[in-house]
Each structure stands twice: as structure tokens, then as C-alpha cells.
Design a protein around this ligand. Structure first.
Ligand SMILES: NC(=O)c1ccc[n+]([C@@H]2O[C@H](COP(=O)([O-])OP(=O)(O)OC[C@H]3O[C@@H](n4cnc5c(N)ncnc54)[C@H](O)[C@@H]3O)[C@@H](O)[C@H]2O)c1
Length: 485
């Protein structure tokens, strides 16, 4: 089959203990796997979820991390990250003896049949993915190799990294111990990572070693997901292309939102009308303040870098990034327009994490937005249900509040930055009584502009018209004079 893509449909047939899968032309059967010994390298958002969930499927899992603080926490049954449902499964599988943690590669790799690399691949200064953690993980595996193993790269890595991992392991391992490298890009979403693991849309496996890829397919067979087997480089590219496409949808709808705002259309209705078309679909069409997080920003940039360094002209990717940056800055200008000047104002910020149901602050829009507001002289009071502890290191002069209502107290404007569920149903009468000026700038389109106007707020969402007062006067300062204290 060579590098020809094979589409596999793993269908659990419990009675016969086999899984069926097929290509366009042939059917294949794989035996239900025996339980495996798995080593997971890196216990971040991806590694910890991978380790815990494979243990829950009955495998023996040892997770390695170089951060002794994380290992200590994990050994005491505490998750260093917030992910719904994770801690319960962590405790249960540790109690059953199927899941353990170490900072020692020799112990972690001792009986491993499979070794997952799930370390970070952050942005480096030139936009490329920084591969130093992947290199260190490959070295660690090489030095600790005592038995045949399949190395599975789950980190998002530039095309060609699988070959690099193979070279590093070869150069550090004792000669003669066989190993293979399989790329298995991860598609889980923070906030729903557990259900994404157990019910993935698809599993992508790439390798030059077909037998190794099939063994990894067997490991995933209990998930009953579509498995796509391809060559190593194609699998690596599928991850970047997927993230870049989703980021493109977000920037696309944000561009449309900007045009809607200028021309008097409502982007939410536009997105609904577009999304009902099955060729388009409704997902990733929510206009707002742009994408953030640990994946889209760095992955679009890394793909752009890969493309540019190989002589391509990635103009669409450049536009996606520019539009994303503009969306954040446009939000800040709205606040500025409404307040006239930011100097000496108090601004309440609701939501800090890059999206709801996570404490992840990496590349969160809130960081740029708060910095820009502070640069204009505003004092920020912020509230987030789970991300304040992480945010505190990044935002030294922000006042963190215990509730959304505390953040609203004395505020000249209240901003919706992350669409946490608890912000969808605020008691607006109470908020109205707390704020200094009834101004709400909503970066997530959580509210209906008319309802907010009826509640007595000057409300500005994204792509849904401008507050009527702005239409009536030429100067915002003039317009909002009556709202001042
Ligand atoms: N977070 C997501 O939602 C997500 C989704 C899909 C793919 N990914 C990709 O998965 C990879 C991991 O992402 P993450 O968010 O889990 O990262 P993370 O930063 O949360 O976790 C990485 C972990 O690896 C550990 N580590 C670093 N070097 C190590 C080494 N040499 N040996 C052992 N441990 C080491 C770190 O201490 C850290 O705990 C990245 O490539 C990312 O792009 C992430």
C-alpha cells in the first residue's frame, strides 16, 4: 500500500474480538489488542488526558514529566490543570494501579510497548515551532531504550519531525533495539478533552512502517473511531491544515462581522444563514475577538513559516493572522470610543482564559486587550471562574475579583472577553446598580443588543450594529457625557 491513504473503520465486535476496517477496495481485520504498557512523555493538557484515558481503557500507563512539581501533585491525585472530568479519572486509575507518574525515563520506559511524545511545541521567535522539548524527549527515549517500542508523536510538529525523532533515538540508543515512529496528531479541545478522547471524529496515524501504524490502530480500536492511516509527513500536515482551516473560518467570520457592522447587517444571523448550508456547516462561525490558546496562533504561524521557508507565498495564512490581531484591537478601540479617554477609568473584564471551561491562558485575547487598555491609563478589575491563578503571573497590576458583580463595581465599562456559561445569565439590574457607567462591550456576542438597550445599557457587540448614541452624534465624548459620573 506504500504511502497510499488507507481509511480504516474500526468496528468493535465484542463477541468475536476482532475489529473490521477497510480501504476503498479491500477489507482487513485486526485482532482485538491485548492490554498494553504505555509510556506518556509530558503531562500537560494532551499528555495527561492521553495517559489517564488509556489507563481507563485498561492499559498500564506510566507518565513522565521533567517538572517535579507536577509529578508531586499528580502522585497525590491532584491535576495540575483544569479539565472537566479529568481529576475523577485520574484518581480512579491511580487507585486501580494502572496509572503512575515519574520524572525518570528509565522507569517510565522500562516495560513500554508504546511511548507517546506529548511535550509542548511552542512558538519560537522566528515563528517556527520550537522543537527543543521534542528533541529532549527523543533523547530521553533513546537513552532509556532496552526493548522494542513504537514511538508515537502526538505533539504538533512540523512536517519532517518524525524523521528527526527517528534519527535522534537511533543516535542515543544501544544498537540493535528495534523501534518505529508513528505520527498521531492530537485533535482534542481543551474543555471537552475527555469526551474528545473517547469519541474522536477520527484518528490519524502516519508512518513509513505500516505494521507499527496498524499496532497503534489496534491500541485505539476500543474507541470505535474512523482511523486514517497515511505516511508520516502527510499525518503531520493534516494537523496543521486542520488548525489553519478552523482559524481561517474564525478570521473569515470576523472579517464579515466588521463589514456587517459598517453596513448595518447582523453577523449572527448571517452566520446562521450560512451555517444552514450543509456545504458550509455551522461550526467556527461565531464572530468575536478572535482565536487564542496554545494551538491556533502558534500552529498558523508555524505553518506560515514552513510554507515561506519552502518557497511558498502563504498569503491566506498571513491574512488570517492579521485579521485575528485586528479583531482584538478593534475591541479595544470600541471601549476607547465609548469612554472618550481611558485615562483614570475603571474597566471590569469578565473572562480571562482563551475560551470557557479551561484555565489555559496561553495566547488568550484577554492578555493583549488588558495590556492595551492599561497602556491607555485604565485600571482593570477582572473575574474568571478558573483562570485567575494562572493569569495573576501575567497581569501583575490587575485587581482580581471574587465574582462577576465585584468586577462590575464602580466600572466605567464592563467587557465580556470569555463566553463562560455563568456570564450568559447575569442579573443585569444588579450590575446596573454597581457600575459607574452602564456600558457593556461584548466580545462574544452573548447578549441581544435590543434587550441590553432595554435594560438601560449602552451595548456594543461584534458585527451587530453600533450603539444608537454613536449614530446620533459625531463625538463619542459628547454622546456619553450624560453617562459620566
Ligand atoms: N492543548 C491542546 O489543546 C492541544 C491540542 C492538540 C494538540 N496539542 C499539541 O500537543 C502538544 C502538547 O501540548 P500541551 O498543551 O499538552 O502542552 P503543555 O505545555 O501543557 O504540556 C507539556 C508538558 O511536557 C513536559 N515536558 C517538556 N519537556 C519534557 C521532556 N523532555 N520530558 C518529559 N516531559 C517534558 C512539560 O513539563 C509539560 O508538563 C503541543 O505540541 C500542542 O501543540 C495541544
Amino acid at each position: 500500500m506504500g504511502s497510499q491513504q488507507v481509511r480504516m473503520y474500526a468496528v468493535a465486535e465484542m463477541e468475536s474480538c476482532v475489529w473490521r476496517y477497510h480501504t476503498q477496495t479491500r477489507h482487513y481485520f485486526i485482532r482485538r489488542p491485548t492490554l498494553s504498557n504505555i509510556c506518556v512523555i509530558g503531562t500537560g493538557y494532551v499528555g495527561l488526558v492521553t495517559g489517564v484515558c488509556f489507563a481507563d481503557l485498561g492499559n498500564h500507563v506510566v507518565c513522565i514529566d521533567i517538572d517535579p512539581h507536577k509529578i508531586e501533585m499528580l502522585r497525590s491525585g491532584k491535576s495540575p490543570i483544569y479539565e472537566p472530568g479529568l481529576e475523577e479519572l485520574l484518581e480512579r486509575n491511580m487507585r486501580s494501579g494502572r496509572l503512575s507518574f515519574t520524572d525518570n525515563y528509565i522507569i517510565g520506559m522500562e516495560s513500554a510497548d508504546f511511548a507517546f511524545i506529548t511535550v509542548g511545541t511552542p512558538m519560537s521567535d522566528n515563528g517556527a515551532a520550537d522543537l527543543r522539548y521534542v528533541e529532549a524527549a527523543a533523547q530521553g527515549i533513546g537513552k532509556a531504550l532496552t526493548r522494542p517500542v513504537i514511538i508515537i508523536d502526538k505533539s504538533t510538529v512540523p512536517v519532517g519531525t518524525g524523521d528527526m525523532v527517528s534519527d535522534i533515538v537511533t543516535s542515543y540508543a544501544q544498537p540493535g533495539i528495534p523501534f518505529s515512529v508513528v505520527s498521531n496528531p492530537e485533535f482534542l479541545r481543551e474543555g471537552s478533552a475527555m469526551s474528545d478522547f473517547f469519541k474522536p471524529d477520527r484518528i490519524v496515524l502516519g508512518s513509513t512502517d505500516r505494521t507499527a501504524a496498524q499496532k497503534v490502530a489496534e491500541l485505539h480500536a476500543p474507541l470505535s473511531a474512523e482511523i486514517i492511516i497515511t505516511d508520516l509527513r502527510t499525518a503531520e500536515m493534516i494537523k496543521y491544515a486542520s488548525n489553519a482551516f478552523l482559524a481561517t473560518r474564525i478570521s473569515f467570520i470576523n472579517e464579515i462581522a466588521h463589514i456587517c457592522e459598517k453596513l448595518g447587517a447582523d453577523v449572527r444571523e448571517v452566520a446562521r444563514g450560512m451555517g444552514a448550508d450543509r456545504r458550509i456547516g455551522p461550526h467556527f462561525l461565531d464572530a468575536g475577538i478572535g482565536y487564542g490558546g496554545s494551538c491556533f496562533p502558534k500552529d498558523v504561524l508555524a505553518l506560515h513559516h514552513m510554507a515561506a521557508s519552502s518557497g511558498c507565498h502563504p498569503q491566506l495564512l498571513q491574512a488570517v493572522m492579521d485579521i485575528n490581531h485586528d479583531a482584538r484591537m478593534r475591541f479595544v478601540s470600541k471601549v476607547q470610543t465609548l469612554l472618550g479617554s481611558l485615562e483614570g477609568t475603571i474597566i471590569g473584564v469578565l473572562g480571562l482564559s482563551f475560551k470557557p471551561n479551561t484555565d489555559d491562558m496561553r495566547e488568550a485575547p484577554s492578555i493583549d486587550i488588558i495590556q492595551a487598555l492599561q497602556a491607555g491609563g485604565a485600571h482593570i478589575k477582572a473575574y474568571d471562574p478558573v483562570a485567575m491563578e494562572r493569569a495573576a503571573d501575567m497581569m501583575p497590576s490587575v485587581t482580581f475579583c471574587a465574582t462577576a458583580y465585584d468586577a462590575a463595581k464602580e466600572a466605567d465599562a464592563l467587557l465580556i472577553v470569555t463566553e463562560w456559561n455563568e456570564f450568559k445569565q447575569l442579573n443585569w439590574e444588579k450590575v446596573r446598580s454597581f457600575v459607574r457607567r452602564p456600558i457593556v462591550v461584548d466580545g462574544r456576542n452573548l447578549y441581544d443588543p435590543q434587550e441590553m438597550a432595554d435594560r438601560g445599557f449602552v451595548y456594543w457587540g461584534v458585527g451587530r450594529g453600533v450603539p444608537p448614541l454613536l449614530l446620533e452624534t459625531t463625538s463619542s465624548v459628547q454622546a456619553f457625557k450624560h453617562l459620566s459620573v
